[in-house]
Design a protein around this ligand. Structure first.
Ligand code: FAD
Length: 423
């Protein structure tokens, strides 16, 4: 099977790269073995929230020169501040073309309210999430935080007490009881955000839910609910808001994340509309490499029929997604045997303080400044690596996971398009 580009991994990085290339008329295939980090994410996308030395970042683009000094191997430093600035805007436009309505911009971070009721700096957030400016407050002084009876993946008490403590606002807690959820509630392993959303998204359940939310909200000015609504889009939330007559925002729950899944679904739909091929549940097992080029990829489902492409993009994620594997002897990239930046001594992989930055989070496939992947010390001419499989950054401490994935994906898409234009 022949394609212009084969992407290994259908997370944020891989899908974005394939979408951009498909928009430019390339025939792309994405092979993706399992659920990506999006299914476990907050739904907000981080660009840069903190420098490696711990300095909080208010304006991500303005902080790039300082980042380049502190972390010269960071993917943003390799790409250069100017390119990161251009591509961060392009990323926001691409997400918009996918039908996603996001708030925020790359000039200045905003704060999103977390499921713990604390606030965390981020770049782009779904409209449904409550956010504040960096120095600002929520627009309401009296909020009802309403959980769902028996649903353990969201704790309204935590949210309410943190909001009261941090912002000095009144936050009342309540739990809705909705008989339509009784069947799910009887089986705790099924009583998860996504399954609840499948029930609550049904138009026939709107009145029942609106009546309960309105009753519990009392005189609150606004309502926070767990994100168990709106699997496909914000329409069920908008309908609920209209029926209740008050602003309603949702907070991420424990995974699976409805907000993250919605992001994935929007990317997947866009790719398929553009004619891209998505192969879920398949896994690239090995590759043929000849004269510094990847010449064929072999997958579990296509066995001995290779996928052949001009260019290959590795976007297989980090340890979480098996893009990197930790063995007794060291860290390895399992599909192509690429060079990995890591630490030799296992004792140096983790920090004993659980809350300290963890060294293993910075491990990843080595690349050059074009993000071509390096094997045996040399870049492979048609293989690029993007997103969480690459290293030299800490998505958690630096709050830059989604930005590195999106901007790296667009950087590589541009290189591939430029190479193909050459005679
Ligand atoms: C639990 C968790 C939550 C996070 N939350 C946030 C957040 O809220 N905001 C934020 O900005 N960042 C977050 N991050 C950081 C995150 O790493 C990036 O934002 C980004 O989503 C990573 O995307 P990716 O495409 O590089 O990798 P992934 O999302 O990990 O996707 C890699 C994909 O490749 C597939 N794959 C792996 N090997 C193969 C193979 N051999 N063949 C085929 N497919 C393969 C995997 O199954 C997976 O689907 C989170 C990370 C984790 C782990």
């Amino acid at each position: 099977m022949r394609f212009d580009v084969v992407v290994i991994g259908g997370g944020l990085a891989g899908m974005t790269c394939a979408i951009r290339l498909s928009e430019q008329g390339k025939r792309c295939a994405v092979v993706s073995s399992g659920q990506s980090a999006l299914y476990f994410s907050s739904g907000s996308l981080d660009l840069l929230a903190q420098l490696p030395d711990g300095t909080p970042v208010e304006a991500p683009l303005a902080a790039l020169p300082a980042l380049a000094i502190q972390a010269p191997q960071h993917p943003y430093s390799l790409m250069g501040a100017e390119r990161v600035a251009t591509l961060s805007d392009e990323a926001a436009r691409l997400l918009h073309r996918c039908g996603l309505s996001l708030q925020g911009g790359s000039e200045r971070n905003h704060l999103r309210v977390t499921p713990l009721g604390t606030r965390r700096a981020t770049w782009l957030s779904p409209q449904a999430i409550p956010v504040t400016p960096l120095e600002g407050e929520l627009p309401w002084q009296n909020i009802a935080v309403i959980g769902i009876e028996g649903f353990l993946d969201f704790q309204p008490q935590l949210v309410a007490s943190s909001l009261t403590q941090a912002l000095g606002i009144k936050a009342e807690v309540a739990h809705m009881h909705l008989p339509v959820l009784d069947r799910l509630r009887n089986n705790p392993s099924e009583f998860r955000a996504v399954n609840i959303a499948r029930v609550l998204d049904l138009a026939e359940n709107l009145t029942l839910m609106a009546d309960e939310v309105r009753r519990l909200a009392g005189d609150a000015e606004a309502i926070f609910l767990p994100a168990c609504l709106g699997l496909e889009d914000d329409k069920p939330l908008a309908a609920l808001q209209a029926a209740v007559g008050k602003p309603i925002r949702v907070l991420p729950t424990l995974p699976p994340s409805v907000l993250g899944m919605r992001l994935h679904q929007a990317l997947r739909s866009r790719l398929q509309q553009l004619g891209g091929v998505f192969m879920p549940g398949d896994s690239v097992l090995r590759a043929d490499i000849d004269a510094g080029r990847v010449t064929g990829l072999y997958t579990r489902n296509h066995t001995d029929i290779p996928l052949i492409a001009q260019h290959v993009v590795l976007a297989s994620g980090s340890f979480f997604s098996n893009g990197l594997v930790a063995d007794f002897d060291g860290i390895r990239e399992p599909v192509l045997g690429l060079d990995v930046d890591s630490r030799t001594d296992r004792a140096d992989w983790c920090h004993s303080d659980l809350f300290a930055p963890q060294p293993y989070l910075q491990f990843g496939v080595r690349t050059d400044s074009q993000l071509r992947a390096i094997r045996h010390g040399e870049p492979l001419s048609n293989l690029f690596a993007i997103g969480a499989v690459t290293g030299s950054y800490d998505p958690l401490q630096q709050g830059c996971g989604a930005g590195v994935s999106l901007i790296g994906a667009l950087h590589v898409a541009q290189q591939i398009a430029a190479q193909e234009e050459q005679p």
